[in-house]
Design a protein around this ligand. Structure first.
Ligand code: CU
Length: 280
């Protein structure tokens, strides 16, 4: 009698330990969600849950894939967003959704980013030069399990109105960059490879000239090569990415228009530019 009770107790212990272990494994070995772009269209994951979520963009097309994930705010709907989009009302679009920040998967390549997803109604948005934009609504359900910890960051990139708070001396090699927007406007970081003796004024002038001389609908031809970009992040959002820059000198810029200004002046014109170096 006592023996069989002991066996039962042991079994129970094994089951409890196993359950705890499974939970730990689940919390730490999270498979990334995959968003795939092929010539036949775009496939989103079927189920989304809140919390720290690694997302891989898989691009099997011949053009760059840079979709936006955005959460509807204050009860805004798809209709509100599309109305603002059709009216080319940039400020109106930004008022209906909180954009998580976009990364680019080059043709035939993949790119990964980690977001701390909040439960809610979302919009997947992808602009394509080949046709109309793709808009797909999806829902992130509340995850009831143990929270997954944020990746440990090596480099903090804090965006405010209108500056970058970031280190100006980095070293080459794989590093986890943590992006946050602590401003009241949307921000982004576009990184150009610049000359060793580049100045804030020189780069601002070179880039502004390229913006002014670009024809309508044509992308500007910047005098610098783009090394990295993380585009369009709304206030309060967080993202983590592996970034590895070659040694050299770089300029970080934000091209988002100031929605408070009548002329929609770029944040760059407000001085949102930092020159930094990456050493061996
Ligand atoms: Cu900005």
């Amino acid at each position: 009698m006592l023996r069989s009770r002991l066996v039962r107790l042991k079994l129970l212990c094994v089951i409890v330990v196993c359950a705890v272990l499974v939970n730990l494994v689940n919390a730490q070995d999270v498979e990334p969600l995959v968003i795939a772009a092929t010539e036949d269209g775009i496939t989103l994951p079927e189920a989304w849950v809140s919390g720290m979520t690694a997302i891989t963009l898989q691009n099997d097309t011949e053009i760059a894939f840079q979709p936006t994930l955005a959460r509807f705010i204050d009860g805004a709907t798809m209709e509100d967003f599309t109305a603002a989009m059709m009216a080319q009302d940039f400020a109106g679009m930004l008022a209906t959704v909180s954009a998580l920040g976009s990364v680019t998967a080059e043709p035939g390549e993949s790119a990964s980013v980690t977001y701390d997803l909040q439960a809610g109604d979302y919009l997947f948005l992808n602009f394509s030069p080949a046709g109309p934009p793709t808009l797909i609504p999806f829902t992130v359900m509340q995850y009831e399990g143990d929270a997954v910890e944020a990746p440990e960051a090596d480099v903090e990139i804090v965006m405010v109105d209108f500056a970058f708070a970031m280190p100006v001396e980095l070293t080459t090699g794989d590093a986890v960059w943590h992006f946050t927007n602590e401003g009241e406007q949307t921000h982004e970081i576009v990184i150009f490879s610049v000359d060793e003796d580049a100045t804030v004024e020189g780069v601002t002038n070179g880039v502004t000239e390229a913006l002014m001389s670009a024809g309508p609908g044509a992308p500007p031809e910047f005098p610098y090569e783009e090394a990295f970009s993380f585009i369009g992040m709304s206030p309060g959002e967080n993202a983590w990415m592996n970034v590895n820059l070659e040694p050299g000198t770089y300029a970080a810029l934000c091209f988002i228009p100031d929605v408070e200004s009548e002329e929609m002046t770029t944040h760059l014109a407000h001085g949102m530019i930092t020159i930094f170096t990456v050493g061996e």
